[in-house]
Design a protein. Structure first.
Length: 245
């Protein structure tokens, strides 16, 4: 019964080695898939490239699909059996009472060459981040903190706090996966040489830190793993009933 009225969006990134006719050794590639408005960005030489598609009921393609399936959209929301618009996203898991308007079929990205030095990292996050941050802002945020020696785990934490301070009211989960080892080595080099930096370098770090600093201290219940993938999740109380009054 709960699954009829509850659901979740999803985004996933995975990698594999592909043997091609033009290479003597397997080449590492990455792929991304999503359903809903959880999003993934690829940083290519510091520029944001979106790997996912936001599945919103108001989007032209999704609106056509829903209408073809016999469903309806009202005020940009998928309608239930009573004709009330109740859900902004049109794809994800669960929400079985909204089928066939609401489906789980994912969008799949083009393959990403992980050995390309221009491909620096990928960030995956739920809509709590994207509600308050533009794509390029997130890439700039991560690069600036990598350049000052912060590991991805800490950056995910700071980015989560920054989203909350900007007024995000939705679930905020962030994963940062740096697969360009040069970026990580540079980050480690800056971190390890911190004690011997010049006054000018210290001033630059202080300026950068204040740029992303939280205006006030916020206490969060954060969860992270220790297996190389960095996850920070804002813990919230159960959401209110989905149906609109």
């Amino acid at each position: 019964q709960l699954k009829k009225l509850a659901g979740t969006t999803a985004v996933v990134f995975w990698s594999c080695h592909v043997q091609t006719t033009s290479t003597t050794t397997p080449v590492p590639y990455g792929f991304c898939a999503n359903a809903g408005d959880s999003r993934a960005l690829l940083s290519v030489s510091g520029q944001s490239h979106r790997l996912t598609v936001d599945h919103k009921a108001s989007c032209h393609n999704e609106l056509q699909r829903i209408q073809t399936a016999g469903g309806h959209v009202e005020l940009g929301r998928v309608c239930d059996d009573d004709g009330d618009g109740v859900l902004v996203v049109s794809r994800g898991f669960g929400n079985y009472d909204l089928e066939p308007s609401f489906i789980a079929d994912p969008h799949l990205s083009q393959p990403i060459a992980l050995n390309d030095p221009n491909n620096q990292f990928v960030v995956l996050a739920s809509d709590g981040l994207w509600d308050v941050y533009e794509d390029q802002e997130v890439i700039d945020f991560i690069l600036s903190m990598l350049s000052t020696g912060h590991p991805p785990k800490n950056i995910a934490c700071r980015l989560t706090e920054a989203a909350l301070n900007r007024g995000s009211k939705d679930d905020t989960t962030i994963v940062i996966n740096v697969f360009n080892q040069h970026v990580l080595r540079e980050s480690c080099r800056v971190r390890s040489s911190g004690s011997g930096t010049t006054g000018s370098a210290n001033e630059n770090r202080a300026t950068m830190a204040s740029k992303w600093a939280s205006p006030e201290k916020i206490t969060l219940n954060l969860k992270s793993d220790c297996q190389g993938i960095h996850v920070l999740q804002q813990q919230q109380q159960p959401p209110p009933p989905r149906r609109l009054s």
